[in-house]
Design a protein around this ligand. Sequence first.
Ligand code: ATR
Length: 274
Amino acid sequence: MDRYVVFGNPIGHSKSPLIHSLFAEQTGQQLSYTTLLAPLDDFAGCAQGFFQQGLGANVTVPFKEAAYQLAGHLTERAQRAGAVNTLVRQGDGSLLGDNTDGAGLIADLTLNAGISLKGLRILLLGAGGAARGALEPLLAEQPSHVIIANRTAARAELLAARFSDLGPVFASRFDELTEPVDLIINATSASLGGELPPIAPSLIKPGRTICYDMMYAKEPTAFCRWAMEHGAAKALDGLGMLAEQAAEAFLLWRGVRPDTAPVLAELRRLLAVV
Ligand code: ATR
């Protein structure tokens, strides 16, 4: 049986095994996909052990940077992101590292939510790994511009400088932001603690601004609630991004991109009952 895993720590609640088993069933592929709890101090050893036999892996918190270091070859988007969420064992035994998170975000925004990003004024909240992975694919959609705002302002400035060759991208402090934008993407981990980045409601133009939280939960996240309270046209969570980044990884491993719609519907159904 072709073997795949998702590495993480903790990893017990990962939805990836369910997603990939639904993809495999749908596309008629024979494979096994399980979780693998890697030790915090030896991701590389654990991954090398797995790849004696395994064909591919996803990588999640906190190992995306370690996977970037481990991969012998990197796709251009992984190089830009500075992080790897998908590993593929190649014919010669070497590991190719890719990052499908950004492509997953774009697929969810454009294909699932039907939003064209061209010409939009985009505000990206956060300057960690999640924000970094999103920037290249966002700029490739030719928005009017992307403003990055982060609690630690220096990280936003570094990120803007790192991507400025790809399009109009600027850093800003939260308290300087007042004018409405078209799309706000929350790439901070604030929602995990039920918190909100300190953003002014005037950033939302009621009925027009779309808000997207990369996080998801059974109940709407604090950011999605804030968006709805202030009249956002849409408040979307990151469950679709999760399904889409998985579909991109599946494509890389198996050469076929599954239809995410029925899988996403099943994930929503399960999320509602847990
Ligand atoms: P990830 O890989 O998920 O992006 P990370 O690299 O730890 O994780 O980055 C977390 C991001 O969320 C950072 O932008 C962080 O801001 P700082 O750079 O100032 O630390 C942001 N963040 C986390 N908790 C937050 C909160 N309560 N309010 C605002 N921003 C928060």
